[in-house]
Ligand binder design. Structure first.
Ligand code: NDP
Length: 328
């Protein structure tokens, strides 16, 4: 029971938004007893599609759903929200240069920054999903300077969950037996899926799998290229797993860790592990009382250090490219 929590979803009529809205309304993000009000933002060309989503939300008659604010006005969408899931963005189409997509998307995040800063609750918690997710989050932070840096994150939980899924499948154990995996860096193919601190039941992952060639090779590329494999199979990008991971990210941040050792989150670096302060980089985090903190003091072997540095370097370059794309 209690007061409803207001959750913003941008790009709400898109694939991920369509999968995410019912999950939130069913309590998968904030718990089975927490009423919610959905704030759904779309761009004008998708306004009619959004009306259709609203009709379906009405028809599903979710007990926890206490209202829907569907709009194409960012100020209305951001008004008093407690949680903001930024999914809206241009997809990369065939023939588009990386810089073209980058330019479109970082400018979207520059313009939404002032809306969220001005209209959301001061305690709002944000997660950016739209690509380039880390860099969009960086831009959001830069243009919402009054917001707490710790309130802006990006999604790498899907990559984290992909690691868990692969290891559980390989070991033939339930997913819940796998813990302590880490995604370092960018939500891109340079991410470093690190199993060195993870466990399967009472064993380390390396003991349980007992195949370092697999863990350092095929396992990593499977996780890094999973998005492309899903597009090849489905002819559409991942949506249900992305939406489910957004719920996991927010729930573990806001509600609690549910016994997990750590979760991967793209957060604003404080310089931990030598990562440039201010950059949005995925780290192992623990959350308590609605606050994340970066797990400190993990031992990093030389191979890991190189991999963490490569994705760090990509993010520094991405940031510079993004800054050069910003419009006045
Ligand atoms: P999706 O809902 O499939 O994806 C939305 C965003 O999430 C994309 O940027 C996508 O990046 C990104 N993403 C991040 N991680 C993943 C992942 N693991 N799997 C899949 N996607 C991931 O896109 P749709 O095109 O269906 O929907 C986007 C919505 O946004 C549309 O409804 C559109 O109207 C709206 N929109 C809003 C804009 C705005 O706010 N100004 C501008 C343009 C569109 P990638 O493309 O790299 O997969």
């Amino acid at each position: 029971g209690g007061e409803p929590v207001r959750v913003l979803v941008t790009g709400a009529a898109g694939q991920i938004g369509y999968a995410l809205a019912p999950m939130i309304a069913r309590g998968l993000m904030l718990g089975p007893d927490q009423p919610v009000i959905l704030h759904l933002l779309e761009i004008p060309p998708a306004a009619t599609a959004l009306e259709g989503v609203c009709m379906e939300l009405t028809d599903a008659a979710f007990p926890l759903l206490q209202g829907v604010v569907a709009t194409t006005d960012p100020a209305v969408a951001c008004k008093d929200v407690d949680i903001a899931c930024f999914i809206g963005g241009f997809p990369r189409k065939a023939g588009m240069e990386r810089k073209d997509v980058m330019s479109k998307n970082v400018n979207i995040y520059k313009s939404i920054a002032s809306g969220i800063e001005a209209h959301a609750k001061p305690t709002v918690k944000c997660v950016v999903v739209a690509n380039p997710a880390n860099t969009n989050a960086y831009i959001l932070k830069k243009y919402a300077p009054k917001m707490d840096k710790k309130s802006i994150t990006c999604l790498t939980r899907l990559d984290h969950n992909r690691m868990v899924g692969q290891i559980a499948e390989r070991c033939k154990v339930p997913n819940a037996k796998v813990d302590g995996v880490i995604v370092w860096g960018n939500h891109s193919s340079t991410q470093y899926p690190d199993v060195n601190h993870g466990t399967v039941g009472s064993k380390t992952i390396r003991e349980a799998i007992n195949d370092d060639a697999y863990l350092n090779g095929e396992f990593m590329t499977t996780v890094q290229k999973r998005g492309a494999a899903i597009i090849a199979a489905r002819k559409l990008s991942s949506a249900l797993s992305a939406a489910s991971s957004v719920c996991d990210h927010v729930r573990n941040w806001v509600v609690g860790m549910e016994g997990r050792k750590y979760v991967s989150m793209g957060v604003v670096s404080d310089g931990s592990y030598g990562i440039t302060e201010g950059l949005v980089y995925s780290f192992p985090c623990v959350c308590k009382g609605g606050e994340w903190s970066i797990v400190q003091g993990l031992e990093i072997d030389p191979r890991s250090k190189d991999l963490m540095e490569a994705t760090h370097k990509e993010l520094l370059e991405e940031k510079d490219l993004a800054l050069s794309c910003l419009e006045e």
